[in-house]
Ligand binder design. Structure first.
Ligand code: DC
Length: 233
């Protein structure tokens, strides 16, 4: 048994399954660090766009790989919002990385092994202390295969597209529901069929379909599973 009794919680799943909402709530409740690894892949994607490594939908992969050493990603806790925001080379990019333009390209960027290697190393360092909730696509399979608690979140593509569409509208992005649904389905396909670290349910992961579950019920259920895991770890 670890003296601190703190554990690593790995949350994986398809896009817009509400992973980050649950992960944030859980981390705040437990006093754990929360890391949104999707934000890191999104920030690398934004960097590619800002540096003209993208020509319409074509990504200049070699140019991006050759520039990886110039990309510094960090999280800074925002006291007001109660979560850590993404900084790309010292600049807060939390809003830009959520745009549909970034969502359209992020699965191509995150399929690159050189990108994954850099980000996975940084993620593993963040987990050295335990007491962490990390969400993404490969947390339970690659980043922390030994995590004490692994969750795998699913929901129907339509439910997920509706959630993401509302979120984007609230943030002032100009999108249509059809575009968002198409993006969700396309990312499901690309993320789960790529060669390096495809999205699959990790060994030992607990599957959670939240298509018809409210946030409150979902959080209560997951918290009770978590507390049981912490008490036996
Ligand atoms: O969680 P999200 O939708 O913000 O993630 C954006 C993209 O980043 C997702 O479509 C795939 C990629 N990603 C990944 O490949 N591995 C992770 N651990 C997290 C995200």
């Amino acid at each position: 048994m670890k003296s601190s009794n703190k554990i690593i919680i790995a949350i994986d799943g398809f896009s817009s399954t509400g992973k980050s909402t649950i992960a944030k709530q859980l981390a705040n409740k437990l006093g754990y660090l929360y890391v949104d690894t999707g934000a890191m892949y999104r920030a690398v994607t934004l960097y590619s766009m800002q540096n003209n490594f993208v020509d319409t939908d074509y990504l200049k992969k070699e140019a991006l790989i050759g520039s990886l050493q110039h990309i510094t990603l960090s999280f800074k806790y925002n006291e007001k919002l109660k979560f850590s925001e993404m900084y790309l080379n010292g600049i807060n990019v939390e809003n830009e990385i959520r745009s549909l333009a970034v969502s359209k390209l992020v699965s191509t960027v995150s399929a690159l092994s050189a990108v994954r290697k850099k980000l996975v190393e940084q993620q593993q360092k963040m987990g050295e202390e335990s007491g962490i909730v990390m969400d993404g696509r490969d947390i339970g399979t690659v980043v922390f295969p030994e995590a004490e608690l692994k969750l795998f979140m699913t929901a129907s593509p339509e439910k997920r597209a509706t959630r993401r569409y509302k979120e984007l509208l609230e943030k002032g992005h100009d999108v249509s529901y059809e575009e968002v649904l198409h993006n969700v389905e396309q990312r499901d396909y690309l993320d789960s069929t790529r060669k390096d670290s495809p999205l699959i349910k990790a060994k030992g992961a607990i599957e959670f379909d939240n298509s018809d579950m409210g946030l409150k019920e979902q959080f209560e259920r997951i918290l009770s599973i978590t507390e049981r895991h912490i008490s036996v770890s």
